[in-house]
Design a protein around this ligand. Structure first.
Ligand code: GLN
Ligand code: ZN
Length: 764
């Protein structure tokens, strides 16, 4: 039988048990012993489940208290000095938590390590910190203990560890200025590789045959030095005696495929979902003894696999490679929810189209039977049911709506260009009559306990529509009065009706579905439940107009309409795989366009379309950026097409690294863009300055992630800095991001200070 294996299973548990346990431990409500016990139970459950699904090699090392990269950083003993970790001591779970979040039940608090997105996923890892002369040692034995634990329970295990080159690539340090690619980091390999060798030797001594070493950097643009480093590193690791399966995923190897030539590893895993075309090129690099593991079940999305299509690709491979062909999901299943069977609210048809981690392993088993040609009756029945489900999905009127198709068709002739910015801003100024350095906020105001309670009571039916509407209106009135009192210039309605900026819109749009328990780890104990875009996106009714219209009716000052942009909705959802992402995005853009027009017709003079996710949607390879940015920008322009010159369009992005994409940002042609800049001390406005960014900009003057309130002089100084880089008449004054996570006392103070700062700036 063909070997099937798994690259990693979600560790959070069906009921998010890991989150609950970890948070209880942080709150001193659970002992460390009980915490460790929960971990043990979750691992045992997940191993059993994978074994039951026929997985031959069970991954160990995919479990992590917070993040798998952090676990590995701790194993390597790379604990930054500020955590005052004793040189020879075992890195315990409290040190690990302090690195992740700055504090833990035991040990002194210190500044947490940085966190960032794992390649092009919505998972965040803790960034390793390194310094020249960095020392490494095996400083944490949790992985070795877990391997023993699994062996004792009778499993054939395949430990999964981050590769040395990927770990170094992700690591940062003050001494390394060029970011990931800095070749100076490679000097640390001579210290790092011996520790890898030791770990592998210890794993080998436990009787383990295969170890999966993840090198996802093989899917990104690599400088020559990095590519060249693979051969020597893997030659050293091979000597440890274990058989190494080098795992790549998230895209094809493309020009990095040369790394494989003569690479001394026992096998290679490739992502054949993202890059099916690489099967042939990779196979051509392998020698006669090497295993090719083909990732054919999508580890990044939740749709059932077309088993026939996959089998058609795999059968000739099987004939050629025999035992050397392995099958697996494309990447770790960390990125999909645990079990579809936890869903009770989905309709039967949609349910039949979906596959979560547990189901994906069943699919893998069915696929093996098809490839090996030994499907029994029960299996045949499953495969038949799957075929049927795929057929209904392809033909369903819920996935293909002629009305949507008709409006997409019309896009070919839609005029996206608005009047020139100079004309627009003059018309807007005549209508809005704003002072210099106008003040505004990003949209949300504190989401208090009462507001959350209101929404959940309404959802559960305990609160009637009328009562709910009355309460939300009262809240809107409160925030409008508050903003008037503080003296802000462009007001917002406060977003009290929204629990989440994507979910709110998804629930009102056609083509979206929501799960009850489809949780996916985002970072640490934080999980998200991404919406599922299963069909053509349609806006049956206005989504925000009533709230915005009401807010505007309360005041003579302009109130911004507040929408989530098409790319952000796409990026934070599971997206249908039966058409290009760009097509789905255009449908979202058209739905938003209807909303923009309705808002305009209702007398809303300023409309903000948030696109915080545009940058994170960038493909892994630079060569793919242009195509992506072209459609991403086009979608924004579709949403804002054909509106009056004197309707002011804002956008917001909560990051500030624009160097790479400033041209695209400018092409969006929003009248005003608000961005996050305060933490970088306005340094990051450089991109806008160098590009001579022509439209208005609101560089955030204070960090909303912290409860601290910077003083007026500080905000004024920041704005003066900004004014050195950009024309003062183009500048707005606003916080970095929305205020929903803040409390009212600090929000009041901060905004009062901000308005006072703007007034001071106007005097100068
Ligand atoms: N308008 C949203 C808010 O203020 C924007 C959130 C975001 O940028 N992520 O909360
Ligand atoms: Zn933001």
């Amino acid at each position: 039988m063909t070997v099937i294996h798994n690259l990693g299973f979600p560790r959070i548990g069906k009921q998010r048990e890991l989150k609950r346990a970890v948070e209880a431990y942080w709150a001193n409500e659970l002992s460390q012993e009980a915490l460790l016990q929960t971990g043990k139970e979750l691992r045992a459950r997940h191993w059993a489940l994978q074994k039951a699904a026929g997985v031959d090699l069970i991954p160990v090392g995919d479990f992590a208290w917070y993040d798998q990269i952090l676990e590995w950083t701790c194993l390597l003993g790379a604990v930054p000095a500020r955590f005052e970790h004793a040189a020879a001591a075992e890195v315990d779970v409290d040190t690990l938590f302090r690195m992740a979040r700055g504090r833990a039940p035991q040990g002194k608090p210190a500044a947490a390590c940085e966190m960032t997105k794992w390649f092009d996923t919505n998972y965040h890892y803790i960034v390793p910190e390194i310094a020249p002369g960095q020392r490494f040692r095996v400083a944490r034995t949790a992985l070795l203990e877990q391997i023993e634990e699994a062996i004792e329970q009778g499993y054939s295990v395949k430990p999964v560890i981050p590769g040395p080159l990927t770990w170094l690539w992700l690591a940062k340090g003050e001494a390394y200025t060029e970011g990931a690619a800095d070749a100076a980091k490679l000097e640390l390999l001579s210290a790092l590789v011996p520790v890898y060798q030791e770990v592998l030797a210890r794993i080998n001594a436990l009787g383990v045959e295969w170890v999966q070493i993840d090198e996802p950097i093989l899917a990104v643009d690599l400088p020559t030095e990095w590519r060249d480093a693979f051969k020597a590193v893997y030659a050293s690791l091979e000597r440890s005696g274990v058989r190494i399966l080098l795992a790549t995923y998230f895209d094809g190897l493309r020009d990095n495929v040369s790394v494989l030539q003569g690479l001394p590893v026992a096998g290679v895993h490739i992502d054949a979902v993202r890059a099916p075309e690489q099967i042939d090129t990779v196979r051509a690099q392998l020698s006669s003894g090497q295993v090719l593991s083909v990732g054919v079940i999508n580890g990044r999305n939740i749709w059932r696999t077309d088993l026939d299509k996959a089998a058609a690709v795999l059968k000739p491979l099987k004939a050629e490679l025999g035992e050397r062909l392995w099958l697996a999901p494309s990447c770790s299943l960390l990125h999909v929810p645990v079990d579809l069977e936890s869903e009770e609210g989905l309709d039967a048809e949609l349910y039949s189209w979906l596959s979560f981690a547990t189901q994906k392993l069943q699919e893998l088993q069915w696929l093996r039977a098809l490839v090996d040609g030994n499907a029994d009756d029960a299996l045949e029945a499953n495969v038949l049911a799957q075929r049927h489900a795929l057929l209904t999905r392809a033909q369903s009127s819920r996935t293909h709506n002629p009305k949507v198709a008709a409006s997409v068709e019309k896009l070919a002739t839609l005029k996206r260009d608005r009047e020139p910015f100079a004309t627009r801003i003059a018309a807007q100024q005549a209508r809005l009559n704003l002072p210099a350095f106008p003040t505004t906020t990003i949209g949300s105001f504190p989401q208090t306990q009462e507001i959350r309670k209101l929404r959940s009571e309404w959802r559960s039916g305990a609160l009637s529509d009328t009562a709910y509407e009355k309460e939300i209106r009262a809240e809107i009135e409160r925030v409008i009065r508050f903003q008037e009192e503080v003296g802000l210039d462009v007001l917002v309605h406060g977003e009290a009706e929204r629990n989440d900026m994507v979910e709110y819109f998804g629930e009102l749009l056609g083509g979206f579905a929501f799960t009850q328990n489809g949780w996916v780890q985002s970072y640490g104990s934080r999980c998200v439940k991404p919406p599922i875009i299963f069909g053509d996106v349609l806006r049956p009714i206005p989504m925000t107009v009533a709230w915005s219209e009401y807010a505007q009716s309360l005041t003579t000052k302009p109130v911004k309409g507040m929408l989530t942009g098409p790319v952000t909705m796409l990026q934070w959802s599971f997206v249908r795989d039966d058409q290009p992402r760009a097509d789905t995005c255009r449908q979202l853009a058209l739905a938003l366009r209807d909303e923009v027009h309705d808002l305009e017709a209702a007398g809303v003079k300023v409309i903000q379309i948030d696109e915080p996710a545009i940058r994170e949607g960038l493909p892994l390879r630079k060569a793919d950026w242009e195509a992506y940015l072209a459609w991403a920008v086009d979608c924004f322009r579709i949403s804002t097409s054909n509106i009056a010159s004197d309707t002011q369009i804002h956008t917001h992005m909560c990051y500030s690294e624009f160097n790479d994409i400033i041209q695209a940002i400018a092409a969006m042609d929003a009248d005003v863009i608000t961005i996050e800049t305060s933490r970088s001390n306005m340094e990051l406005l450089e991109a806008f300055e160098n590009f001579h960014y022509p439209n208005d900009i609101g560089p955030g003057v204070y960090d909303i992630h912290s409860p601290n309130i910077p003083d007026q002089a500080w905000m004024v100084a920041l704005m003066r800095k900004a004014a050195k880089r950009l024309p003062a008449e183009r500048l707005w004054v606003n916080p970095d991001c929305g205020l929903k996570t803040r409390g009212w006392p600090e929000t009041t103070k901060a905004l009062q200070t901000m308005v006072a700062a703007a007034k001071e700036l106007r005097l100068a």
